[in-house]
Ligand binder design. Structure first.
Ligand SMILES: *Cc1c(COP(=O)(O)O)cnc(C)c1O
Length: 403
């Protein structure tokens, strides 16, 4: 990249417009419900908080205490389960994939399984048919993790709305953002009433958190552009990479302390205004992704995560699986610090984070570990221009051939 301070965001997030900050009568709950074809949506202060509300609600009417999660997912999911006094149980992923392995899922599900959490990772659509059949067979609920996939669909239905419950993140870097936010939906009317009651009980209004998030959202508005991101994201990233702090570099340094608070009216209004532009933004990024995925598919030795027929995902970034860990690491050594939106999603499979090791000391998840070792991400931000994208392709090709 010629301009030293320019930076491509690692995911294709929807930028805010100044008009989003002006007063309007738009309701985020209502407009999201319309966008998702749901009767109602419920806003929480993060995707993690939305999951906490969902699980705490399920826990109230069941004696079951285990929650099955993929071994390759956001570490906050494990913390959310533990926060509720429930036991996270790992399911290995399919080989060369992030999605739940059906055989592993059938093995870990049982009489104590409260819920299974199929995860639509990075806009890609999970196999809900297999996961739902296995969950239902043991009487467990299905809670879809659609944190990174707002706007994707499974066989014509919005992801998040097919299981008993689903949640989305409105966190920074996840498409539509109010800096910290989450959405929970449920199919059943009675369950929705219970979700509201749980939230009213565990997520009070906290002025200090709201002021902090509002200032962060205004900072996002000001800096979420190529020049601003170099300062806000690129410089700290390069500092962490230089020190070898990879977990910090991707933001995997998660804490078990999960903030729970109401989201204020102004931030919701900003989100509702921005949401009006989301469908066009998703269309534009999908069009770019189709074209670029075709180019990536020409590179021998690598594979790009995609959706099976009937599923239509969103495209915040590409998940690229390199032939070997060495090829992946070499490619990143050339590209990660260059401001091109290249990086990794989660550094490890969950048992390999030191801070989670005690939670998962008996878990063996070789497929998830292999996926974590060979995967890299390429931003699908509109700011990544064609020349830079072609440069990325040539580095991937070279490292794939060398391996
Ligand atoms: C980000 C994320 C979460 C948590 O959402 P937050 O809004 O960051 O709390 C949960 N699951 C997945 C897959 C995520 O990517």
């Amino acid at each position: 990249m010629t301009d030293g301070m320019r930076e491509v965001s690692p995911t294709a997030g929807l930028p805010l417009a100044w008009r989003d900050l002006l007063p309007s009568s738009a309701s985020l709950e209502h407009n999201l419900a319309a966008f998702l074809s749901q009767p109602e949506t419920q806003i929480e202060c993060s995707g993690t908080a939305a999951l906490v509300v969902a699980l705490a609600t399920l826990k109230r009417t069941s004696h079951r205490r285990s929650v099955v999660i993929p071994a390759y997912t956001c570490p906050l999911v494990a913390f959310a389960v533990a926060h509720c006094g429930l036991k996270p149980v790992l399911c290995d992923t399919r080989s060369n994939h992030f999605d739940l392995c059906p055989e592993s899922l059938a093995t870990v599900c049982g009489e104590d399984t409260l819920a299974v959490i199929p995860t639509h990772l990075g806009g890609r659509v999970a196999d809900l048919a297999a996961a739902t059949a296995i969950a239902k067979n043991v009487g467990a609920s299905v809670v879809e993790d659609a944190a990174q996939s707002l706007g994707a669909s499974w066989q014509g239905q919005p992801v998040g709305s097919i299981g008993d419950m689903g949640f989305y993140s409105l966190g920074v870097g996840k498409g539509l953002t109010i800096y910290g936010g989450g959405v929970v939906v449920a199919r059943d009317e009675d369950l929705r009433r219970q979700l509201r009651a749980t939230s009213a009980e565990i997520a009070p209004y906290r002025l200090a958190w709201e002021v902090r998030r509002l200032l962060e959202l205004l900072g996002y508005f000001a800096l979420y552009r190529p020049a601003g991101l170099g300062l806000a994201y690129g410089l700290p990233l390069r500092r962490k990479l230089k020190k070898g702090k990879l977990i910090e570099a991707v933001g995997d340094d998660c804490s078990p302390d999960i903030p729970l608070h109401r989201v204020g009216a102004w931030r919701k209004m900003i989100g509702a205004s921005a949401l009006e532009r989301l469908p066009a933004f998703l269309d534009a990024t999908a069009a770019q992704a189709m074209y670029r995925k075709h180019q990536l598919d020409q590179i021998s030795g690598i594979s790009v995560m995609h959706d099976v027929a009937g599923n239509i995902g969103t495209w915040p970034f590409f998940q690229v699986l390199m032939p070997t860990q060495q090829a992946r690491d070499q490619a990143l050594a050339h590209l990660w610090h260059k401001g091109l939106g290249i990086g990794r999603l989660y550094i490890h499979a969950l048992p390999d984070y030191q801070y989670l090791a005690s939670m998962f000391s008996n878990s063996v998840t070789p497929n998830a570990r292999d996926f974590a070792a060979r995967m890299l991400t390429i931003s699908n931000s509109p700011w990544l221009d064609e020349d830079d994208f072609m440069h990325i392709c040539s580095v991937l090709e070279e490292q794939s051939l060398l391996s």
